[in-house]
Ligand binder design. Structure first.
Ligand code: SF4
Length: 227
């Protein structure tokens, strides 16, 4: 088992290395691709969440054998490092291990990672997903955690992928503009949407420039913009 891996395709646009800590994710995003990628039953994926077997030990072994250091590693792609309602102490152990061995983390969550901010520094990224679906309370909590990370000197980022509500996107981009170091913007794929992606992409890019936000537009949205 090699828990640290090199993502492919659209996932590679996020990070050069990744590690998935849990077997499932309770957040039930309707567009979640993880059960498909993992060949898992959707209901089981969302309801059965535990750390992957020996994940910390196997990661330690891999780091030692392959002398992995100075890598920025995404936590996670096929799960959330902070699955709401579950024990996430394994995430803390993984972050400790990665930092102790000279690596860095790029966290992406819909949960709450504030407990582990003491382990992070200016070489790490703490990120949240804003896709236009969360409740006001959840957005507020996530923005609070982003602001706290920013105030501690941890790099911050937001994944606006997939955009499910273009109006919400423009409001949220303004909201994070002063506390975010980087944003990624991607379209909703494989599900119906009435968003005019070419127009949306151009307006999104223009606003990022106006607000002086470092941004990356995912390839599938960039393709639409070129049409
Ligand atoms: S947070 Fe990510 S892994 Fe979890 S359900 Fe949503 S898309 Fe899937």
């Amino acid at each position: 088992m090699k828990p640290i891996y090199i993502p492919k395709g659209a996932a590679k646009e996020y990070c050069n290395y990744a590690l998935n800590i849990y077997t499932g994710c309770p957040h039930r995003c309707y567009y979640c691709f993880a059960p498909l990628v993992l060949h898992r039953n959707k209901e089981e994926f969302h309801s059965h969440v535990e750390p992957r077997k020996n994940i910390v030990e196997e990661t330690r072994k891999q780091i030692e054998i392959y002398d992995i250091k100075d890598k920025l590693i995404q936590l996670c792609f096929t799960c959330d490092p902070y699955p709401t309602g579950y024990d996430t102490s394994t995430t803390r152990e993984i972050i400790k291990l990665l930092k102790e061995t000279g690596n860095h983390v790029q966290i992406l969550t819909k949960g709450d990672g504030t407990r582990d901010f003491d382990l992070l520094d200016e070489n790490d990224y703490y990120g949240i997903t804003l896709d236009g679906t969360p409740t006001t309370d959840l957005i507020r909590a996530n923005l609070n955690s982003l602001a706290e990370a920013h105030s501690r000197g941890i790099k911050t980022w937001v994944s606006f992928e997939p955009v499910t509500d273009d109006k919400a996107f423009f409001v949220e981009l303004h909201l994070v503009s002063l506390i975010v170091d980087h944003v990624k913007i991607g379209k909703l794929n494989y599900f119906p949407s009435d968003i005019d992606w070419a127009d949306f992409g151009k307006r999104a890019e223009r606003l990022c420039k106006e607000l002086e936000i470092d941004y990356y537009i995912k390839d599938s949205l960039r393709e639409e913009m070129g049409k």
